[in-house]
Design a protein around this ligand. Structure first.
Ligand SMILES: [Mn+2]
Length: 332
């Protein structure tokens, strides 16, 4: 469980002719931002890049012009990996969403560069650079590009800024000093119209997400665990189907419950085609101790898991039981 140095990783990358960069499943703004930023920096030094995403982005992210560089609906297994010198995994806390065949292929492991900020990351790459106390993967890329002397032109600034803004909610979560320092630099250096290009785009909520919020707020219940209060809710496929949500949209559901006064921990369950997606959020308590119990992970303040389709209310009760057993553990 040891990191390689930034220089070591960059020197390896520089030798490459072609690399594959997959966005993570159900990609968010940090996944998109870090992948298009890395792709941009590599293309500038003459390296060919294949940028792919199995899943769609949430609707508001599609407004960014660099989205056109991503080939959607493509999986790693759609490519002959012999054609690539490296597969660069950015913002991937785990590879467990990829097929076993892919993970167990030793030849593939030798090609993996792992750059991430999830504390559940198990250093799955040949080359690893995992910094769990940085609040976004784009924050790590900022450090990498700064160290190796990549020029921060307007386009690179925009791409990195997207990941920082979305993963930290404009500097609110995690190491705010790190986020604000980098946001300040990027906005100034890139001469970016922050409100128009970032705040208004990221904060605009699509109709279908507002409808999902409505379902979640209606179903919401609360429960006392010791001296703490948890709030939770769920949305079944039946309830939201007519609004046409995709996997990436679902993660935006829980946002509507984050500001309830007197609530210490929240979770939502959303039924998908063949599985149920669970999300946890808390401002002061570790959520990963529960999500790990259901095969998931993420950050202490925000984590998620996916389980096979089952009765959604029974699942909610199972989760409450786990929370009662483990108790609430303060993050600091
Ligand atoms: Mn991230």
């Amino acid at each position: 469980m040891k990191n390689n140095s930034i220089e070591e990783i960059w020197n390896e990358l520089k030798k490459a002719k072609k690399v594959l960069i997959p966005l993570h499943p159900r990609p968010d703004g940090d996944s998109l931002g870090s992948c298009v930023a890395m792709s941009y920096a590599l293309k500038k030094i003459g390296i060919k890049v294949e940028l792919i995403s199995k899943d769609k982005l949430s609707e508001n992210l599609n407004d960014y012009n660099f989205v056109k560089e991503v080939k959607f609906g493509k999986d790693i297994n759609d490519f002959n990996l012999n054609d690539f010198d490296f597969i660069v995994f950015l913002d991937h806390g785990t590879l467990k969403d990829y097929s076993n065949e892919f993970q167990e292929n030793g030849r593939v492991k030798g090609k993996i560069i792992n750059i991430d900020h999830h504390d559940t990351n198990n250093y799955y790459g040949k080359f690893n650079y995992v910094i769990p106390n940085l609040p976004s993967c784009c924050s790590i890329l900022f450090n990498i590009f700064e160290t190796v002397g990549v020029e921060f032109d307007k386009e690179l600034c925009r791409r990195i800024l997207l990941g920082i803004c979305t993963d930290t909610n404009f500097g609110e979560y995690g190491d705010s000093a790190d986020s604000f320092e980098k946001m300040f630099f990027l906005i100034k250096k890139g001469k970016i119209n922050f409100q128009k290009e970032f705040v208004n785009v990221i904060n605009s909520t699509p109709w279908k997400i507002k409808k999902l919020h409505g379902i979640l707020l209606t179903n919401m219940e609360k429960k006392s665990v010791g001296k703490y209060t948890i709030a939770y809710s769920w949305a079944t496929k039946n309830e939201y189907d007519k609004h046409g949500l995709n996997y990436s949209d679902v993660r935006l559901g829980i946002v509507c419950m984050q500001d309830i006064k007197g609530v210490d921990l929240i979770f939502t369950l959303t039924e998908m085609e063949n599985e149920i997606k669970g999300s946890f959020r808390s401002k002061g308590f570790d959520t990963t101790i529960y999500s790990k119990e259901f095969g998931g992970g993420g950050h202490k303040q925000a984590s998620a898991f996916t389980v096979d389709k089952q009765d959604i209310k029974k699942l909610a009760n199972k989760i409450i039981k786990v929370i009662e057993e483990k108790g609430l553990v303060q993050t600091e």
